[in-house]
Structures are given as structure tokens and as C-alpha cells.
Ligand binder design. Structure first.
Ligand code: FAS
Ligand code: PHB
Length: 403
């Protein structure tokens, strides 16, 4: 039987950033991931970091490539009825910016850092099972490539294994309360080998549906189109995607989008989901394992980082002093930020997507959009939510060895 202090299930942003914070504090952890390294590093997901997430990557020493390659945005555009409106986000939030640096780059940087530190991160493990998460001596059982079973004894288990993971579903029925809302549309996400048409993001509210112009680098653009929840990629050939993007993101007299080869397309369902509490004994849930937000406001990855910053602070405090207060407060502290992000993500999703079955809602959305784009107070409130909450939780450092 192996032993560690914290067993981390999942090598997505939550698991990897938690592992890094525990490493800096001198707390032992093992990360168990059931997909391959290539699969984990190749997943196309989030693209925008809140101010606090970018600062956290700097504190963790994971910012070297981000500083070189990321775009720093001070504002974004709203488009509707053929008009365009720039929202000066940084000016309205005391200088908070958004950083365009994709999730897969963060995952790559964090995996490389863990390999450089020669710390345990096991890919392609199978049949992960949690043993006694509600006892003082939990274990994680899993199989390795040769089929043999391993048993990892630990003090704590961090369930960072996403929405479809094993951690949340290991908690007995009746312990958790879950909240879910499914939306009557999905996002068709597109990667294209073409330079972004604008430096900043463009959100478009159009009667044919929502569209977003984003980016991954100076040569790669990222787009999203609102599609029906059961959309089939076979119905979306490249020329139809470009035609829809040009229509929905177009403005009166504005230049068309630059087009290029589409290299990836996928459909993502839109849902809001939260479980309470985010803890069961010595099992702590973080990130998508505990909550899912519609991607409209780019909160998923940022919430995962906020959760594990709180959890790492609480775990390190317990190891340093035996004080369980922060561990006992983790779920409530994390859920405050989760519900704030859920409310804003729901609000931004409702504001920008079109439900043709509700003409009155469409009029109400336009009234809100016009107010948002003309009232400084409305813009300030929107931007305060968009840039995210201030960081909570301390990044602990290992005490230097006595000389
Ligand atoms: P993750 O799902 O990223 O990571 C969980 C990890 O656990 C995975 O590597 C998985 O393989 C592993 N795992 C699962 N079960 C396991 C088991 N039994 N044993 C061991 N390992 C296991 N967010 C945004 O902010 N903006 C976006 O544009 C955006 N787009 C998205 C598009 C898609 C298609 C999806 C699915 C999500 C998107 N998100 C977006 C949200 C996304 O970025 C998540 O919020 C983020 O990945 C959360 O990170 P984790 O909590 O680490 O979960
Ligand atoms: C993205 O680039 O993935 C992205 C950016 C901003 C959003 C949503 C998604 O609001």
C-alpha cells in the first residue's frame, strides 16, 4: 500500500493547481488521472482567465509562457441590432483585466512543472474507487496499466475529477443536495486557423442566435454559435458556420470577419449545476466535480481555480497547526463564489441568447442591452461580475530548512 497526505483525483485545472499549491507548501500529494497525458493536454476548453486566476498562476510560478503568449484585455464589445458598443472593463473595475490564455496551455504548463519536480502524477489509471472517504483513514483504490490494483492510503481526498468523475457519485445518496438547470440551446465551438479579426472579444446578440468571437493566439481564432440543444455537427459544414458567424457578428458598415480553415468543431450542452455541500468527511469536491456553469461568462475554469485556492489554504493550515476551522468552512466559503458566478452566468446567458418561442423576452433583452451599453452604472455592475471576485485564500510556502 502506498501512502500520501492528499490524494487528488483528476488532472484538470483543479487537480493540477491544487497539486502545485500543496507542493509549494511541502504537503505530499499524488494525482491520479484516468485519461492519457496526450488526451488531457489536447482537450480544447476554456479560454479566458479572470484577473485573480492569472495572478494565481504567477504566485505558483506557472506564468512564464502565459506572460509571453497571452493577450491581456481591457475591454470587450457587445453587438446587437447592427450596432457595436465597447465596454471599457478595466476602466470600470479599477484596472481588472481579462487574460486570454487557454486551459490546455495551463494544463500543459502545470504538468511540465510537476514532472520537473518529479512528483507523482499517474495517467491512465483505471477503476478508481474511494474507500472510507468519511473515515479518518480514507483510501483510493485504482488499477495501473498492467491491471494490478494499487491502494493509496491518505489523510484527505480531493475530488477534482469533473462532472463525470467518480468522487461526487461515491457519496451516498441523501447526503448531497443538487441543483440543476438545463438551457434550451447549446454552443457550437469552432477553432479556425485565422488571425482574430479584432484584438478584443465580441459578444453578439442576434435573432438568429448568440455568437462569440474569441481567440487562442495571434494565428488561431475561437468562435461560438448558439445552436439547438440536439445540434448535429453533420448539419454544420464549414461554409454554413462562416455564413452564420458573418451574419450574427456583422454590424452596419462593419468589416466582415477574416475566414480560415476550421480545424476543430464541437457541441457543448449548456447547463447550471451545483451540489451542496462540497464535502463528505475527508473528501472535498472542487471544480466541475461540484458545479457546472454555462460557458457564456467563462467562469468554469476560474471557479475551479478559486475552489482549490481555498482548499489548499485549508489543508495547509490543518497540516501546519491542526486547526480544522478552514476545512470546516471550505464548502460554505467556496459556495459563496459558486452561486455568485452561477447567477451572473445565468444572467449573461439569458441576456445574449435568443429563445424564438418568447418574443416578449426578446424585447426585454434588448431593453437591458441598450441600458447596459448606455449606463455607466449598469456597465460597472456587469463588469464587476465579469472580471470576477477578489481572490480568497492564502498560497502557503514551505518553511525554509533551518540553516
Ligand atoms: P475537468 O473536467 O477539466 O478535469 C477533470 C479531470 O478528471 C479530467 O482530466 C478527467 O479526465 C479526470 N477524471 C474524470 N473521471 C476520473 C476518474 N474516475 N479517475 C481519474 N480521473 C478522472 N469554461 C470556461 O470558463 N470557458 C469555456 O469556454 C469553457 N468551455 C468548455 C467546453 C467544454 C466542451 C467543456 C466540457 C467545458 C468547458 N468549460 C469552459 C468548463 C471547463 O473549462 C471546466 O470548468 C474546467 O475544465 C474545470 O476544471 P476541473 O474541475 O479540473 O475539471
Ligand atoms: C473562450 O475563448 O473560450 C471564451 C471567452 C469568453 C467567454 C466564453 C468563452 O465569455
Amino acid at each position: 500500500m502506498e501512502r500520501t497526505q492528499v490524494a487528488i483525483i483528476g488532472a484538470g485545472p483543479a487537480g493540477l493547481l491544487l497539486g502545485r499549491m500543496l507542493e509549494l507548501a511541502g504537503v505530499d500529494a499524488v494525482i491520479l488521472e484516468h485519461r492519457s497525458r496526450a488526451h488531457v493536454e489536447g482537450r480544447i476548453r476554456a479560454g479566458m482567465l479572470e484577473h485573480r486566476t492569472a495572478r494565481l498562476l504567477e504566485e505558483l510560478g506557472l506564468d512564464e509562457r502565459m506572460r509571453r503568449e497571452a493577450f491581456v484585455h481591457h475591454g470587450f464589445e457587445m453587438r446587437f441590432d447592427g450596432t457595436r458598443h465597447r465596454i471599457p472593463m478595466a476602466e470600470l473595475t479599477g484596472g481588472c483585466t481579462a487574460v486570454m490564455y487557454s486551459q490546455q496551455e495551463i494544463v500543459r504548463d502545470a504538468i511540465e512543472a510537476r514532472a520537473a519536480s518529479r512528483l507523482p502524477l499517474e495517467f491512465e489509471v483505471g477503476e478508481v474507487r474511494l474507500d472510507g472517504p468519511d473515515t479518518d483513514h480514507p483510501k483510493v483504490r485504482y488499477r495501473v496499466a498492467d491491471g494490478s490494483e494499487q491502494v493509496l492510503a491518505c489523510d484527505f481526498i480531493a475530488g477534482c475529477d469533473g462532472f463525470h468523475g467518480v468522487s461526487r457519485t461515491s457519496i451516498p445518496a441523501g447526503v448531497l443536495t443538487s441543483y440543476q438547470r438545463d438551457y434550451p440551446f447549446a454552443w457550437l465551438g469552432v477553432l479556425a486557423d485565422v488571425a482574430p479579426s479584432t484584438f478584443e472579444l465580441i459578444y453578439a446578440c442576434h435573432e438568429r442566435g448568440f455568437a462569440l468571437h474569441s481567440m487562442r493566439s495571434s494565428e488561431v481564432s475561437r468562435f461560438y454559435l448558439q445552436v439547438p440543444p440536439d445540434a448535429d455537427l453533420a448539419d454544420w459544414p464549414d461554409d454554413r458556420i462562416w455564413a452564420e458567424l458573418q451574419l450574427r457578428l456583422g454590424t452596419d458598415g462593419g468589416a466582415p470577419l477574416a475566414e480560415g480553415a476550421i480545424t476543430k468543431k464541437s457541441v457543448t450542452a449548456m447547463r447550471s449545476f451545483v451540489v451542496e455541500p462540497m464535502r463528505y468527511g475527508r473528501l472535498f469536491l472542487a471544480g466541475d466535480a461540484a458545479h457546472i456553469v454555462p460557458p457564456t461568462a467563462a467562469k468554469g475554469l476560474n471557479l475551479a481555480a478559486a475552489d482549490v485556492r481555498l482548499l489548499a489554504d485549508a489543508l495547509c493550515t490543518w497540516y501546519e497547526s491542526g486547526d480544522p476551522t478552514a476545512l470546516d468552512a471550505y464548502s460554505d466559503d467556496a459556495l459563496r463564489g459558486v452561486w455568485r458566478a452561477q447567477q451572473f452566468s445565468r444572467s449573461m446567458t439569458s441576456l445574449l441568447h435568443h429563445d424564438p418561442s418568447d418574443p416578449m423576452e426578446w424585447r426585454l433583452q434588448h431593453a437591458e442591452l441598450k441600458h447596459l451599453c448606455t449606463s455607466e452604472a449598469a456597465m460597472r455592475n456587469f463588469c464587476e461580475n465579469y472580471v470576477g471576485l477578489p481572490a480568497v485564500g492564502r498560497v502557503h510556502r514551505r518553511e525554509p530548512e533551518p540553516t
